[in-house]
Design a protein around this ligand. Structure first.
Ligand SMILES: NC(=O)c1ccc[n+]([C@@H]2O[C@H](COP(=O)([O-])OP(=O)(O)OC[C@H]3O[C@@H](n4cnc5c(N)ncnc54)[C@H](O)[C@@H]3O)[C@@H](O)[C@H]2O)c1
Length: 244
């Protein structure tokens, strides 16, 4: 993977950071990008320990100007964009009847529109190169729905449909687009869940443990490797068997 370039959104912490670490170990040049400016700098610096070249870029994926600049900077620094992992995501959980318009809009803007913005901007370069691999981080909730997550589940279901449409449109240019649907993964995002919610997730998991960010990173690493050259438009659940 030497000289190949991977952009991972929302990679200052959590699952995104773990994916960036795994891809750095795989030999990719890494672009850390996130809305949290200080953490972007810190995480990009940490990547140096893996001996790969890394840049950190502050980006709000909801803003197309930010996203276009991100890929311009990526290509001017490293010469190409070979991999995009759309990982940036947020939650604003509450019951449907209490959900404010702003809760709905914020989650759709980051999780769904952000994925669209980055895919569109990266595809421009990948189409010229006639190669590329895109992996979108959806969620099992985008497949099965969840109480208190109407906005989040709609955004993640949308990401699955976007994945399939993009896979069909971009296949002719040798670009694969796949999604992963993690279940309950231990990160800052799930730390705030009430104990009862964590317990009820655990009861649904045949493997009887929460997932770790590395469980997601390993599958992403496979999907962008040559071993997955003939895989596109797929959704792989990473959930200890929660949904099957
Ligand atoms: N943790 C889980 O159980 C779980 C399960 C399924 C899916 N996911 C998905 O995995 C992804 C990563 O989640 P996580 O658990 O690591 O959460 P996290 O909150 O630790 O990380 C999300 C990252 O996205 C960044 N981000 C948020 N808004 C952004 C924006 N507008 N522009 C750029 N970056 C932005 C945040 O700053 C943060 O660094 C998300 O898409 C999430 O929906 C997580």
């Amino acid at each position: 993977m030497e000289n190949k370039v991977a952009v991972v959104t929302g990679s200052a912490r959590g699952i995104g950071k773990s994916i960036a670490e795994k891809l750095a170990k795989d030999g990719f040049r890494i672009v850390i990008c996130d809305i949290m400016e200080d953490e972007v700098v810190k995480t990009a610096k940490e990547m140096e320990q893996f001996g790969t070249k890394t840049i950190g870029v502050k980006v709000d994926v909801t803003k197309i100007e930010d996203v276009e600049k991100l890929f311009e900077e990526t290509v001017s620094t490293f010469g190409s964009v070979d991999v995009l992992v759309n990982n940036a995501g947020i939650t604003r959980d509450t019951l449907l009847i209490r959900m404010k318009e702003s809760d709905w809009d914020a989650v759709i803007a980051v999780n769904l529109k952000g994925t669209f913005n980055c895919t569109k901007a990266a595809a421009k370069y990948m189409m010229k190169q006639r190669s590329g691999k895109i992996v979108n981080i959806s969620s099992v909730v985008g497949v099965m729905g969840n109480v208190g997550q109407a906005n989040y589940s709609a955004s993640k279901g949308g990401v699955i449909s976007l994945t399939k449409s993009a896979a069909k449109e971009l296949a002719a240019r040798n670009i694969t687009v796949n999604a992963v649907a993690p279940g309950y993964i231990e990160t800052e995002m799930t730390k705030v869940l009430p104990d009862a919610a964590k317990e009820s997730f655990l009861n649904l998991i045949p493997l009887k443990r929460p997932g770790q960010p590395e469980d997601v990173a390993n599958v992403v690493s496979f999907l962008i490797s040559p071993a997955a050259d003939y895989v596109t438009g797929q959704v792989i659940n990473i959930d200890g068997g929660m949904v099957m």
